[in-house]
Design a protein around this ligand. Structure first.
Ligand code: SAM
Length: 373
């Protein structure tokens, strides 16, 4: 079935938006936004608001004229018909909505490209320009082709759009139920690695996450692993009581940030959602990591998402000897502005001490572990 992708590339996460159009496109937009708590929908605007009993998918419907009375960041026009799209833009200009706040996405090309095959086939979308790199395979401890393909495919929107339509990806997002603060592009990359790029050396291994908060990204990975690699466990390590002591010379975060996580609530949620391959491990990594990792079958993916210098160093050093050949180490926040401690940890240890190379810089830093290198 034809699916209308929300203009994720033009509307940043957490924006306050009005969806203009309460039809099929508006419905697709609202569902995608709500599934991942992407941004805040102030209301849905539609000329037929008076015929619609005031609500659309549980969201308030109002007259488009009311857009002028609210504090919005963007108005997303939700239509496929050019004639309507033009009329809607004219309407918005008439009530004073600035041009740069009006987001219009044309869906015609996507319909012809994707409607025949809604499931993702990543091989069919290799970017030819980068294909010569495939001949190199692994070089300097990274696979340049795969890293480039994922990074470019997510940034330019082609792979991104395909993944957002992939039924497995959408089920994993739904299982996560808005519990994660990890960005959508980073989740897409984790999906691509897990579904397409784990190599045979990863068989029979586990995933470890350092920094799980409400276990959103851990649940996302657990859902995918349960469908793709039965027997794979996800160990989610966190104090579940907030950030440990931070180093204020480099870390913007403070002790007790993220203190609203609640281990009991997490365990209850996992039970309700039927997620049985996720093991939350409570306590500071300094106390829990080595004993947890000693019980793993080897680690194919380490998701290091703990924001601050000491914790990132501790996580990496603990997991490194347990990585399987070809395994992935993702530093979620080393390229995030508020996590300079995480950046410095990567620079100090992986770049300066170990002289390693990065397989991928966008949407997060990805390193590989080959033969314990
Ligand atoms: C950015 S949050 C993790 C986000 C999560 N992955 C998600 O899906 O939303 C960072 C977490 O790291 C945890 N953390 C940081 N340093 C830690 C340490 N040394 N031991 C245990 N937990 C730590 C904090 O408690 C916090 O919950």
């Amino acid at each position: 079935m034809f699916f209308h992708l929300f203009p994720f590339n033009n509307i940043p996460t957490s924006s306050r938006i009005v969806i203009y159009g309460a039809g099929r496109v508006g419905e697709d937009y609202c569902r995608q936004i709500n599934a991942i708590n992407y941004c805040s929908i102030l209301f849905v605007a539609d000329m037929r608001h008076s015929e619609m009993s005031g609500r659309f998918l549980g969201i308030e419907v109002r007259s488009p004229d009311e857009i002028a009375n609210v504090d919005y960041d963007y108005v997303a026009i939700a239509s496929v018909r050019e004639k309507y799209m033009e009329e809607m833009q004219e309407n918005l200009s008439r009530i004073g909505v600035p041009k740069e706040k009006i987001i219009v996405r044309k869906h015609v090309k996507e319909a012809s490209l994707f409607s025949a095959s809604p499931a993702l086939d990543v091989d069919a979308h290799y970017i030819d320009e980068y294909r010569p790199m495939i001949l190199e395979g692994v070089r300097d401890g990274i696979n340049p082709f795969q890293g480039t393909q994922r990074a470019v495919g997510i940034a330019d929107g082609i792979l991104r759009g395909l993944v957002l339509r992939d039924p497995l990806f959408r089920q994993a997002l739904a299982a996560m139920n808005g519990r994660s603060i990890v960005t959508i592009d980073r989740l897409i990359n984790i999906f691509l690695i897990l579904k397409f790029h784990l190599n045979s050396g990863c068989a029979g291994s586990d995933i470890v996450e350092f920094g799980s908060y409400m276990c959103g990204s851990a649940i996302f990975m657990a859902y995918l692993a349960s469908r793709l690699y039965p027997g794979m466990n996800i160990y989610a390590l966190d104090t579940f009581e907030g950030m440990v002591l931070t180093d204020k010379r480099i870390d913007a975060h403070n002790e007790k940030d993220f203190a609203d996580a609640d281990m009991e609530e997490i365990v209850e949620y996992l039970g309700e959602a039927g997620i049985t391959n996720l093991i939350p491990v409570k306590g500071p990594f300094e106390q829990t990591a080595s004993v947890t990792l000693a019980g793993c079958k080897g680690v194919c993916l380490a998701h290091i998402d703990c924001d601050i210098y000491d914790s990132v160093v501790c996580s990496y050093q603990a997991v490194k000897p347990h990585m399987v050949d070809g395994g992935y180490i993702i530093f979620d926040d080393a390229t995030t502005g508020t996590c300079l401690g995480a950046t410095k940890a990567v620079e100090d240890i992986l770049y300066h001490q170990e002289r390693k190379h990065t397989e991928q810089m966008y949407p997060h830093m990805v390193f590989r572990s080959f033969d314990r290198s």
